[in-house]
Design a protein around this ligand. Structure first.
Ligand code: AMP
Ligand code: ZN
Length: 483
């Protein structure tokens, strides 16, 4: 089966066919760095990460661009209040945004263009629009005349006749009720303070929408494969991006538009006044595991509203334990013979996982297949057991799924030379015990604990070696020689 994605433009699931075979070019509306990102924003970034990872899993080479909006009405207002320069002000939020990506194991995009570093490209695009005759001036500002673009509204399915004649807005963000001409360039005014650029369009700054058209086309070409963002971006932002780009180039701008639904908290819209607007940092300070947060934000289908609850977060942590338990159980199982039931179970899990993900990234279905596999494999371990080669097969499939999910614990980070030393000491101790040389056995245990921060558990199958701090297994069970 082929990968199908729901395209907002056509309101249908469509088979995904990239422009260039084997390659996907994606543009993602990134953060406005005037404040810390809240977990709703991270829901959007995690959906985009899942999309990216699954495309890679499917063998596509991905080029993703995510813009950083480091100038807009909100950041300018904030700069006025704090007296800092725009650059100083946005730097800390930019840094926090990237730190958040790493914390949540969100893969980095290939490019993170910043608006303030692409003013020239925006000016050039506005000039192109002027040449096409779709721009007019009012009080020094330049506006896009949406009535000049007959397809205006094709993404959000708004009708142009809802446009009240001559209505226009200058603000970066405005409501659906206002189908309006929008600002491409805003002439400097006193409230902008130090924030302005001297350009051929005059002294001023770009509007918000032109940024995404200029930067996406610069890095991805005039027509590219996928554009993503939250549903709130669909109108007017994405509608305006289409109008600007297609009027300038005369070509289709984007083939597939994907929008994630919003995240709400405990059944309510996030808002500062309700006190339920959490940043990632808020949750980490409460002691929540970042991987559980990732899991929770990922595990509801992206087009469904996600209700973030603390119960749900606990559930996510439990789900992760179930996966990790299987990894631990595998390390302990060492049947002599291969289990003949295993291959069919793994093959079924792989094929179900893929057909769910192919169906517009049906992640809950895919996770269902994973957990049903975990249950069945655990039964095999309890029954006839798994051989070492069986265990590797299961681990391989888990690692493959984790390329998409990004939730498994990476193997403990110890250099391989240290792991070799540890294993040698564990074997020396086993030897000493076999010879009832308890003094030497204790010495080995002590060196392991003091010098290598490794603790041991003796089991019938052999010695389990755990990291002293994290309690995670450092290596597969060390079986005693002659077993
Ligand atoms: P912003 O920094 O406001 O431009 O938003 C960055 C991204 O987060 C955009 O794709 C928004 O559509 C998305 N977004 C904003 N609020 C939410 C929310 N509550 N749930 C999911 N996505 C959101
Ligand atoms: Zn955008």
């Amino acid at each position: 089966m082929a990968l199908a994605l729901y395209n907002t433009l056509t309101r249908r699931k469509e088979e995904f066919v990239p422009i260039k075979e084997g390659q996907v070019r994606i543009y993602t509306c990134g953060p406005t760095v005037y404040d810390y990102a809240h977990i709703g924003n991270y829901r959007a970034y995690i959906f985009e990460d899942l999309l990216r990872r699954y495309l890679q899993y499917r063998g596509f080479e991905v080029t993703q661009v995510m813009n950083i909006t480091d100038v807009d009405d909100k950041s300018i207002a904030a700069v006025r209040k704090t007296g800092q320069s725009l650059e100083e002000y946005t730097a800390k939020y930019k840094e926090a945004f990237f730190a958040g990506l790493d914390t949540l194991r969100i893969q980095r995009a290939e490019h993170y263009p910043e608006a303030t570093k692409h003013i020239e490209e925006m000016v050039a695009l506005i000039q192109k629009l002027q040449e096409k005759g779709v721009v007019y001036e009012a009080e020094g500002n330049l506006y896009y005349r949406i009535s000049s673009f007959s397809e205006y509204g094709k993404l959000s399915h708004m009708k142009l006749d809802e446009l009240k004649g001559g209505a226009r807005v200058k603000a970066d963000e405005y409501e659906k009720e206002q189908v309006s001409d929008f600002a491409l360039w805003k002439a400097w005014e006193e409230s902008d303070g130090e924030v302005f650029w001297e350009t051929t369009l005059g002294k001023g700054r770009p509007g918000w929408h032109i940024e995404c058209s200029a930067m996406s086309m610069k890095y991805l070409g005039e027509t590219f494969d996928i554009h993503t963002g939250g549903v709130d971006n669909m109108f007017p932002h994405h509608e305006n991006e289409i109008a600007q780009s297609e009027a300038a180039t005369g070509k289709p701008f984007v083939r597939y538009w994907l929008h994630n639904a919003h995240l709400i908290v405990e059944g309510q819209k996030m808002s500062k006044s309700l006190g339920n607007q959490y940043t990632l940092r808020d949750l980490l300070e409460k002691g929540h595991d970042p991987v559980a947060i990732r899991y929770l934000l990922m595990s509801t289908h992206y087009r469904q509203q996600l209700n973030f609850t603390f119960n749900g977060l606990e559930g996510a942590a439990n789900a992760l334990h179930r996966i990790q338990d299987l990894v631990n159980n595998l390390a302990l199982s060492a049947a002599e013979k291969d289990n003949h039931k295993l291959d069919a179970i793994l093959e079924q899990a792989r094929s179900e996982f893929e057909s769910h993900m192919d169906d517009d990234l049906n992640i809950s279905g895919a996770l269902g297949s994973l957990f049903s596999m975990i249950g069945r494999v655990n039964k095999l371990i309890e029954g006839d057991g798994l051989s070492l080669s069986d265990s590797s097969k299961v681990k391989e499939l888990l690692a493959r799924f984790d390329e998409v999910l990004g939730v498994l614990e990476p193997p403990a980070k110890r250099p391989s030379e240290e792991l070799e030393k540890i294993e040698k000491l564990v074997r020396q101790r086993q030897q000493a015990r076999a010879e009832k040389n308890w003094g030497e056995a204790d010495r080995c245990r002590e060196v392991l604990s003091e010098e290598h921060r490794a603790v041991l558990e003796d089991r019938p199958e052999g010695t389990v070696v755990l990291d002293k701090e994290t309690g995670k297994m450092l290596m597969d069970v060390v079986r005693s020689e002659g077993d």
